[in-house]
Design a protein around this ligand. Structure first.
Ligand code: BG6
Length: 463
């Protein structure tokens, strides 16, 4: 039996664009626009327009989250919903009312909210007009949005995060070509975007503190630990590059207000270092996070590049290749490796290299296709695979906490099954299933299991 701290946050995460539906939004986000332009990119042509309709169901959803034992929940405000005038940061009345109601409902249900400001969902006009995050002006617009959000809700919400997985924006949109605008290998743009996202986060933190709120503010990062194929220096170098580029380029500025030196020298030498202003250095230094949220799903196995790239623009892909280690466990629906030990290692890294900063697991979970095959006549899904997945990850987390890691919570992905980029509703992650035709919700076995865990703080060895 493993006992977690009594103050632990237990719950799950979701995001505005994946759960609310697009009702009454004054603007489209890049995801809304992507679906309108290319519905065939999404599994079964299901878009974010209705999603799980939490716009109308948030109250009963909190009710069911309570039944699953939640004491906390993270979602995000949609910039495209809250802000009517993107240049001035003026709020939209309906958006304000919606988020106000959501916050009140969470409070009435005894659920502590963590509100995130950006979950890949840039308002489309800012991509069209300014080229999105490549343009520094968009950083300023994001800060006016954050200012409005803090002014409106800063008294009622005491935990904020500036971004969810900022690395996904350049990685999927400008390097791998899988998220809108679907560019491939635009390395220089990706580097500039990474810099601007870090800057936007620090400036939002500065604004939050300027308003003198009593809560705390952090950032949510997807840490994907890189493991080299071998101890061969070329493999070690490849994995060190991946670690710096994909993880530490966000971790270092968030915690220390600096960028990884080794990587910056390489970018400079290659002529692709980001452009910056002199005054930024102080902004980064003075506005580091209070806490980190870490999303962990899978590790990354890397080796030195073996197949040369066709000569072209600078790209991080020239320094490594992904490789599939023989014998690893894979979630076949998502294609992600299952490796719970890495969660312990992440905790250890934060403890030993990042000043044992307070942090929590802000996402962890397992997406499974066609889950209805595991449902009984009452429609209850018996998802023992998900319970096993969480058990294994929580055991590693518990080990780290026993060794002194300052982890203060565990949020699963997700509460109610939600929509996703590309995969739409193909893989289900929730503790609560949703019928897309009727929007009826049913708690899965994992939700009942989580209730027991969250309300006792005890992870049974054989649960
Ligand atoms: C995280 C994101 O990376 O993974 C979520 O923060 C996402 O938005 C989740 O839904 C699961 O990934 P996917 O692609 O299977 O939905």
């Amino acid at each position: 039996m493993k006992q977690f701290p009594s103050t632990f946050l237990w719950g799950a995460a979701s995001s505005g664009p994946q759960s609310e539906g697009s009702f009454n939004k004054p603007h489209d986000s890049v995801m809304d626009a992507w679906f309108k332009k290319r519905p065939e990119d999404f599994f079964d042509r299901v878009g974010p327009d209705i999603a799980s309709d939490s716009y109308h169901h948030y109250d009963s959803d909190f009710e069911q989250m309570k039944e699953c034992g939640f004491n906390s929940y993270r979602t995000s405000i949609q910039w495209a919903r809250l802000i009517r005038n993107l240049e001035t940061g003026e709020a939209d009345e309906d958006g304000v009312q919606y988020y106000r109601n959501l916050i009140q409902s969470a409070k009435a249900h005894g659920i502590r909210l963590i509100i995130n400001l950006h979950h890949f969902d840039l308002p489309e006009e800012l991509l069209e007009t300014y080229g999105g995050w490549t343009n520094r002006h968009v950083v300023d617009l994001y800060v006016s949005y954050a200012k409005t959000a803090f002014e409106l809700f800063g008294k009622d919400v005491d935990l904020w995060t500036t971004f969810n997985e900022p690395m996904v924006i350049p990685e999927c949109g400008y390097l791998d070509g899988i998220h809108w605008p679907k560019y491939k290998q635009r390395g220089k743009d990706a580097v500039q975007i990474m810099y601007h996202l870090n800057l936007a986060s620090s400036l939002a933190i500065q604004e939050y503190r300027r308003q003198n709120h009593s809560g705390k503010i952090g950032i949510i990062l997807n840490l994907t630990p890189a493991y080299p194929r071998s101890n061969d220096p070329a493999d070690l170098q490849a994995s060190a590059f991946v670690e710096d580029f994909y993880n530490r380029f966000f971790l270092d500025p968030a915690v220390y207000g600096t960028f990884p030196r080794r990587l910056c020298s390489l970018l400079e030498e290659q002529g692709v270092l980001f452009s910056s202003s002199e005054s930024d250095t102080a902004v980064f230094k003075n506005n580091t996070v209070d806490f980190l949220g870490i999303n962990y799903y899978h590790p990354r196995r890397v080796k030195a590049r073996e197949t040369p790239l066709i000569k072209g623009e600078w790209t991080p892909a020239q320094y490594f290749e992904d490789y599939e280690k023989p014998g690893i466990r894979i979630n076949p629906y998502r294609g992600w490796e299952i490796y719970p030990e890495a969660l312990y290692e992440i905790a250890h890294t934060i403890q030993t290299e990042y000043g044992n900063l307070p942090w929590y697991v802000s996402e962890n979970g397992m997406g499974v296709e066609d889950e209805l095959r595991f449902a009984d006549e009452a429609g209850i899904i018996h998802d023992h695979y998900r319970i096993n997945f969480y058990n294994e990850h929580l055991a590693q987390l518990h080990r780290a906490i026993e060794e002194g890691s300052a982890c203060f919570g565990f949020h699963a992905w997700t509460s109610v099954d939600c929509w996703s980029w590309n995969n739409a509703y193909k893989n289900r992650y929730g503790f609560i299933s949703v019928d897309l035709k009727t929007q009826a919700r049913t708690i899965k076995d994992s939700g009942r299991w989580f209730h027991q865990l969250a309300t006792t703080g005890v992870l049974e060895d054989d649960s």
